[in-house]
Design a protein around this ligand. Structure first.
Ligand code: NAD
Length: 316
C-alpha cells in the first residue's frame, strides 16, 4: 500500500479512543508520520509503534511549536474531560474542553493545517430533544457541562470552517465500547465494566437502571467512521458542526441477557447513582441518515456480534 505524505498529530493519544485511532492511523500513513501526544505517560500499546511526545494541549505555544517543527498537516484532538468526570468539576471541564479546541482551531487557521478532527457526543442533546431516532437538527439544549461544552465546540467548528475555511470534521459519538484501553469517565462506561466483571466476578452492579436505553457503538466501528469521515472528499461533507452517528441501542438489562448467553451464571443488580440523571437526559437512539447519505456510513457491529467479540478478546 502506498503511504500518504501527511504528517498527523494525535492529541490525547493515550485515551480510550486515542490508542486505537493512533494505531489505525499509523497503519495507513506509516508509523513515523503519526505523532502521538498526551499529558500521560505513553500507553503500553503505543510503545515502540511510532513517535511520542508529552504535550499539554492547554499550552498553546508549545502546541504551536510542535505543529511547526513537525510540519503537521492533520490534527486529531481527543483530549477532553468526559461527562461523568465533568459533572464533578464543571468549570475545569468547560475550561479544558473549550480552550483545547480553540487552541487547535486557531493554530490550524494560522498554519493552514489541511484537516482537523474533533469529536462531539450524543451528550449535546438534552431532555427536550426527541428521545428516539434523534435527528441531526432538532432541539439541542444540553444540561450537563460536558454536553454544553460539546455543543459550543460544534458551533466553533462550524464558525472556523465558514469564516476561515478550516477543514474541521466531527462526529457525535455514542457511548463507545472497547477492550484495548480503559474508558475515561463517561456515563456509558458501564457497558465496558460489565464485561470485565462478568469474566472476573460473574456478577455486576450497574450504576444505571435496567431499562436505560442509550446509543452505543463498538470501537472498530468508531475508528472506521472517524477515518472514513476524514478520508471523504471535502465536497461530501455537508455538516461542519458534527454528524450524528449511530450503530446500536440497548439497556443494561439487554446487554446482561446477551452476556448470559455466554456466561450462564452471570448476574446483574442495579444501584443507579448520579450518572442516571445524565443518562436520562440523553437520546435512546440516533438518526444518522446524513452520515450515511453524505459519506456512506454503515455500522458493522450489533449487540450480539460485539458481545461475542468483547468476551473473546477479554478472555485472552
Ligand atoms: P479519554 O479520557 O479516555 O482520553 C482522553 C485523553 O486526553 C487522556 O489520555 C488524557 O490524558 C488526555 N488529556 C487530557 N487533558 C489533556 C491535556 N490538557 N493535554 C493533552 N492530553 C490531555 O477519552 P476518550 O474516551 O478517548 O474520548 C476522546 C474524545 O472522544 C473526547 O473528546 C470525548 O469527549 C469524545 N467522546 C468519547 C466517547 C466515549 O464513549 N469514549 C463518546 C463520545 C465522545
Amino acid at each position: 500500500m502506498s503511504m500518504k505524505k501527511d504528517k498527523i498529530l494525535v492529541i490525547g493519544a493515550c485515551g480510550q479512543i486515542g490508542v486505537e485511532l493512533t494505531l489505525a492511523l499509523r497503519k495507513m500513513y506509516g508509523d513515523t508520520n503519526v505523532i502521538a501526544s498526551d499529558l500521560r505517560e505513553e500507553h503500553d500499546l503505543l510503545k515502540g509503534s511510532g513517535p511520542y511526545v508529552s504535550l499539554d494541549v492547554m499550552n498553546k505555544e508549545m502546541l504551536h511549536v510542535l505543529v511547526i517543527r513537525h510540519n503537521i498537516t492533520q490534527i486529531y484532538l481527543l483530549a477532553a474531560i468526559l461527562s461523568a468526570t465533568g459533572e464533578k468539576n464543571p468549570l475545569l471541564a468547560w475550561h479544558i474542553n473549550m480552550q483545547s479546541l480553540l487552541n487547535v482551531l486557531d493554530i490550524a487557521k494560522e498554519e493552514g493545517i489541511d484537516k482537523v478532527y474533533w469529536p462531539s457526543s450524543i451528550a449535546v442533546f438534552g431532555p427536550d430533544s426527541p428521545k428516539e431516532t434523534t435527528p441531526q437538527h432538532t432541539i439541542i439544549e444540553p444540561t450537563t457541562i460536558y454536553g454544553i461544552s460539546k455543543f459550543a465546540g460544534e458551533r466553533w467548528c462550524e464558525y472556523y470552517n465558514h469564516r476561515y475555511g478550516v477543514d474541521v470534521r466531527s462526529l457525535r459519538y455514542p457511548g463507545l465500547i472497547s477492550y484495548k484501553s480503559a474508558p475515561g469517565g463517561g456515563t456509558t462506561d458501564y457497558a465496558i465494566e460489565i464485561f470485565h466483571e462478568a469474566l472476573e466476578e460473574k456478577k455486576y452492579t450497574c450504576f444505571l437502571s435496567e431499562g436505560t436505553y442509550l446509543p452505543m457503538m463498538y470501537m472498530p466501528d468508531a475508528i472506521r467512521a472517524t477515518i472514513e469521515l476524514m478520508e471523504a472528499d471535502k465536497s461530501k461533507i455537508s455538516v461542519r458542526s458534527s454528524y450524528n452517528l449511530g450503530a446500536m441501542s440497548f439497556s443494561p438489562k439487554e446487554i446482561a441477557a446477551e452476556i448470559k448467553k455466554h456466561i450462564p451464571e452471570f448476574t446483574i443488580s442495579y444501584e443507579p447513582d448520579y450518572r442516571q440523571q445524565i443518562a436520562d437526559g440523553w437520546p435512546q437512539s440516533i438518526d444518522d441518515e446524513l452520515a450515511r447519505a453524505d459519506w456512506g456510513w454503515k455500522p458493522e457491529y450489533c449487540l450480539e456480534k460485539m458481545t461475542t467479540d468483547m468476551l473473546k478478546n477479554l478472555a485472552k
